[in-house]
Design a protein around this ligand. Structure first.
Ligand code: BGC
Length: 380
């Protein structure tokens, strides 16, 4: 748009506003009349959460809601206080990414008792008072992480490549945050694939750790210690997301093992995909948040309007937590996930606009890049 046209548009808009004011036109809905919806995030350290905040805020505002938003910087108590505050401010629904699926129950139950619809977003909150739980197929995430790593080691169907009982894979497991129920589900899926080989002796698990707060710096430290203890003799790492995998990769890189030792991640982050094209991260998992966020907002909107919600299924808390003693049921829905590797990152991540071409191919010489997609949907 030229400067002249821009000036004309602005002048016209100002005139319309002045005339509307003179004739007493005011917007149909005053801010104080808007229904409030809270967005409560565990942290913004993992790339996806800020993106989802932006997505959900836009969708909610588009539907005429007022958005309250807070991020708890991994502080369980702070997150509960923030949820309490939303209730005090009159929120009618709250979407929660829980730092701790047990601890959040205190605030969430209070909110639900006050009539607020609470949606557990991506991570389970262990209360049957939540209105619903929306997530991805988290067990499948874990399966695909292990499968991606095994493929890179030369496993193929029943064949185990050069690995035998006498020459087993020395494998490191790096789980996510122990307070995140998803970390348990990822581990369940990872083990489903790995366990038969562990039982037959073709894989030896040399270290098995959980990464507090999903923090990359913690993963780096853990990996350094593991490498020291194992004299650098490790063959594979099943890490549970891109952030922690990239932390572990820094430790591997210092020992010249990046790109040599296969390692998994999750989220298809910009940095993760860049590492994939550089041949360091072996596999990530694409969970298309562009589908999850709209689903959550549609659900909240329907719940608040008292409309029927289709597609949810009832699950027992026991099956969702892998804990037979867990009580109660919740209504839930899970979206599919897909493995991302060197061969499909361009199609799945770049061409679909999930990440930008420039982020994914950062530092890659022009001659080694694929063609820039003609009509790449703008990245999030
Ligand atoms: C999410 C992952 C994310 C991790 C760390 C998990 O609950 O499912 O996508 O990488 O938390 O934030």
């Amino acid at each position: 748009m030229s400067n002249k046209t821009l000036r004309l548009v602005i002048t016209t808009l100002l005139l319309v506003a002045v005339v509307a004011g003179l004739f007493g036109f005011t917007p149909a809905v005053h801010a104080q009349d808007k229904i409030k919806v809270g967005l409560s995030f565990s942290d913004f350290a993992t790339e996806r959460w800020k993106n989802e905040e932006v997505l959900m805020r836009g969708l909610l505002e588009g539907k005429g809601y007022e958005v309250l938003s807070a991020e708890a910087n991994h502080d369980v108590k702070l997150q509960n206080d923030q949820i309490d505050t939303f209730v005090a401010q009159g929120a009618k629904a709250i979407i929660v990414v829980a730092e701790d699926g047990d601890a959040a129950v205190t605030a969430v139950d209070k909110a639900a008792d006050a009539g607020v619809k609470v949606l557990a977003y991506d991570r389970l909150i262990k209360s049957s008072k939540i209105a619903a739980y929306l997530s991805f197929n988290n067990v499948e995430v874990g399966r695909q992480q292990s499968l991606g790593v095994l493929k890179a080691l030369g496993f193929d169907g029943d064949k185990t490549g050069s690995w035998t009982k006498d020459n087993p894979v020395k494998l490191v497991k790096l789980g996510g945050s122990p307070t995140d129920n998803n970390a348990i589900l990822f581990r369940q899926g990872q083990d489903e694939v790995l366990q038969p080989y562990v039982d037959s002796g073709v894989i030896t698990v040399v270290a098995d750790q959980w990464v507090e707060n999903w923090d990359a710096a913690n993963a780096l430290k853990l990996m350094e210690n593991i490498l020291t203890a194992q004299n650098n003799k490790i063959d594979a790492v099943v890490a549970s997301n891109d952030g922690t995998a990239l932390g572990a990769l820094q430790a591997l890189k210092a020992q010249k093992l990046a790109g040599v030792v296969p390692i998994s991640g999750q989220d298809a982050t910009a940095d993760g995909c860049n590492s994939i094209v550089k041949g360091e991260l072996t596999v990530s998992i694409l969970k298309d948040i562009r589908n999850l966020s709209p689903l959550a907002i549609d659900l909240v909107d329907k719940l608040l309007k008292g409309e029927t919600v289709d597609g949810l299924k009832e699950y027992t808390m026991a099956e969702l937590t892998n804990n037979k003693d867990a009580q109660g049921n919740v209504m839930a829905y899970f979206l599919p996930v897909v493995q991302v590797n060197k061969d499909n990152v361009y199609e799945l991540v770049v061409k679909s606009g999930f990440q930008s071409y420039d982020d994914v191919y950062r530092d890659i010489p022009d001659a080694d890049r694929p063609e820039r997609p003609a009509e790449a949907t703008p990245a999030m």
